[in-house]
Design a protein around this ligand. Structure first.
Ligand SMILES: Cc1ncc(COP(=O)(O)O)c(C=O)c1O
Ligand SMILES: N[C@@H](CCCC[NH3+])C(=O)O
Length: 440
């Protein structure tokens, strides 16, 4: 069984997480229900920080908030001393509303609007990760208008193909993100920002992709960055104070996935940066920043569904439908992502059936899991899909006017509702009625 963190089978044969019975929580809060194992999130956060601290390396671990954004998760990350990566005015707004310290917020994105950049500058956030020439010009103008020096990292594209799904690699040359290292764009960008008094160029950023199980991609990226730093140092007298290596650390969705521990990724990065620094004897070791999203919250999340209808096609397939689907977890439809699931109230029963889990949307592609071994189920059972904590709620949508689920945190036997379930009223909140025509 692929259970994570504090998840375990209770004496009543139910799935328990964070010391709470998931079946009782489902009855209390309704389904679909996202549950988060807070202890697991705290452990991961500590794991990422520990390796830096043991080696005495200056660092920031920034939670990539796109994985799951809400007031409570931002407050939790703040409690754990993390920084925050945001990619929109909306994520920034949520962070500030959560009381997250502005100086530990980093703003990403390949098309930040002038209004978003102004919001960020006026909020005095830690830094802007500058993605393109358009943004350099916007920031220069804004900085002058606000009479403010802007802290920036330059987002660099190292030309690396990370081994993961095509839609979630980002470090390859043919990418919408960042300044390319190989074709001179990065050099040109650096020259532009260095010659302007408006910028404080803290350093560089690169992110090679997501759900990565090896350290090679990261070390290769470091290699490429540092050989560039050599020419930057010679040509422009510039050496970064900060090297942000992004996120992308994998988690175990199913037995097929073989992630490393947080500290293993971090150690590999530290070793490679240290090795590269031997070529820069007169330079100070830069701070290393990272941006984990999935690996902080992914396997901490479990979605509990109620099982509803079933359809058996003799010799073809046995469909079991649940009361959610691509509206709360679009990843199977978008990336053919695979998940494990269990019957939360029958954890010890023998798996006698091979079934496929269908969502409730009017869409044939709304399938959560194909060919899953389960005990015999009926409409009073609850299905627990594990590892749904990252890019689940944050990519949730209202297709078919289905309400977004509630989110509950559990820790040490205590639960806390942190996002309310949407209501029908929420669904029409932005709608306006058709104007009545005076003359028909
Ligand atoms: C720039 C950047 N940083 C961090 C992340 C977080 O990635 P992950 O959730 O895989 O750790 C992403 C997403 O891939 C990203 O694009
Ligand atoms: N949303 C993606 C990952 C993209 C991460 C952001 N660059 C996922 O669900 O796996």
């Amino acid at each position: 069984m692929n259970l994570h963190g504090t998840a375990q089978i209770g004496k009543n044969e139910h799935l328990w997480i964070g010391g709470a019975d998931t079946v009782e929580l489902a009855k209390k809060y309704g389904t679909p229900l996202y549950l988060y194992d807070v202890a697991l999130i705290r452990n991961r956060a500590k794991g990422f920080k520990k390796a830096f601290e043991e080696k005495g390396i200056g660092y920031q671990v920034a939670y990539a908030s796109k994985a799951f954004s809400s007031i409570a998760i931002f407050q939790l990350m703040n409690q754990e001393g993390l920084s925050l990566d945001v990619v929109s005015g909306g994520e920034l707004y949520t962070a500030l509303q959560a009381g997250f310290p502005a100086d530990r917020i980093h703003f990403h994105g390949n098309n930040k609007s002038p209004a978003e950049l102004e919001f960020a500058l006026k909020s005095h956030i830690g830094c802007i990760v500058v993605d393109n020439f358009h943004e350099i010009h916007l920031l220069k103008t804004l900085g002058e208008k606000l009479n403010q020096k802007v802290n920036i990292l330059l987002r660099l594209t190292p030309g690396i193909e990370a081994h993961t799904h095509d839609y979630i690699i980002t470090g390859q040359e043919d990418s919408k993100f960042g300044f390319d290292l190989g074709n001179g764009q990065a050099d040109k960008a650096l020259q532009e920002v260095l010659k302007s008094f408006q910028f404080n160029v803290l350093g560089v950023h690169c992110h090679i992709g997501s759900q990565i199980f090896e350290t090679d991609g990261f070390t290769l990226a470091i290699d490429k960055l540092f050989s560039h730093f050599k020419s930057w140092n010679n040509d422009f007298g510039y050496f970064p104070d900060v090297v942000n290596l992004g996120g992308g650390f994998g988690i175990q969705y199913t037995d097929e996935d073989t992630p490393l521990k947080p500290e293993q990724y971090v150690m590999a990065m530290i070793e490679e940066v240290t090795k590269q620094m031997s070529k820069f004897k007169d330079k100070k070791m830069p701070e290393i920043w990272i941006e984990p999203g999935r690996s902080l919250v992914g396997d901490a999340g479990t979605t509990i569904y109620s099982i509803g209808s079933q359809k058996e096609i003799e010799g073809v397939r046995h469909y079991v439908s649940v009361d959610g689907g691509m509206t709360d977890n679009i990843r199977p439809a978008l990336y053919q992502a695979k998940y494990d699931a269990y019957v939360a109230n029958k954890m010890n029963e023998t798996m006698t059936n091979i079934v496929s889990i269908a969502g409730k949307c009017c869409e044939s592609g709304d399938m959560l899991i194909w060919d899953l071994a389960l005990p015999k189920v009926n409409d009073s059972d609850y299905l627990a899909v594990t590892c749904t904590g990252a890019y689940g709620y944050s990519m949730a949508n209202n297709y078919n006017r289905i309400q977004r689920p509630a989110v509950v945190f559990v820790e040490d036997g205590e639960e806390q509702l942190v996002v309310k379930r949407e209501t029908y009223e929420d669904l029409i909140r932005q709608d306006l009625p058709l104007k009545t025509k005076v003359f028909v």
